[in-house]
Design a protein around this ligand. Sequence first.
Ligand code: ADE
Length: 248
Amino acid sequence: MTPPATTANPSDHPWRSIVITLFPELFPGPLAASVVGQALENGTWTLDTVAIRDHGLGRHRAVDDTPAGGGAGMVMRADVLGAAIDDARALYPANSSDLPLLIMSPRGEPLTQKMVEDLSKGPGAILLAGRFEGIDERIIKGRNAKEVSIGDYVLSGGELAAYVLIDACVRLRPGVLGATESLAHESFEDGLLEYPQYTRPRTWEGHDIPDILLSGDHAKIAKWRDDKARELTKHRRPDLLTDKSTTK
Ligand code: ADE
C-alpha cells in the first residue's frame, strides 16, 4: 500500500478523535472498514473512547437522574459528563485544549460539508454521544461545547452520529482517498449535487449512456455536467441554490 502523505498539511499530527460514550465497544465499528479503516491503521487519524460509565456514581455507577421540574425520561448528569470530558482532555495533554468538544444531538447545529472541511483541517474533535432524554444543559457552557446534529430525525443515541462526523472528516485528510480526483467533483464541493455518472455497458436494459458523454468533446461534457448538476440541485435541493456560492 502507498504510504499516506503524513507530513503534508494541514497538520503534522494525526487527526485525533475521542468519543465519549456509554458504549465504547461500538468503536471503531464501521470506521475500521475501507479507506477510513486503513487510515486508522496507518496512523493518519487516531480513535480513543472514554466510557462514561467509568465516571458513574455509586454502586450502580449511575450516569443519569430524573429531570429537574419533572417529566418523562432521564437526564445525563453534568458531574458525570464533566469528569468524562476532563478524562478525554487528559488523553493528549499537549494539544487537547485545541480539540473542539462536540455534543451529538438532534437539536444541534446541522452538520454541513463546510463544517466537515473546517473540522478536518483542525487537530480533531472530542465527540460526546448522548443517550437518554438529554444531557444536563450546564455542561454546554461549563465545558465550552457545541451541539451538532446530523439531520432532522432522532436517533437512539449519538454514536451513529459520531460515526458519520468522523468518517466525513477523515476522508478529507491528505492521503486517505486514493485519487485526488475523487474529491474534485463530489456533491457539495461547489455547492451543487453531483451530476449523473455512467460507465459500461453502453446500453443497459434498453437505456443508453447520453451521447454527449461519448463525444470526446470535453468542453461540451463539462457544460452538460454543470447543467445536470444545477437541474438536479434545483429539483431536489433548491435550498442549496440560495447560497451565494452556487449562483455563478
Ligand atoms: N442523537 C440523536 N439524534 C441525533 C441527530 N439527529 N444528530 C446527532 N445526534 C443525535
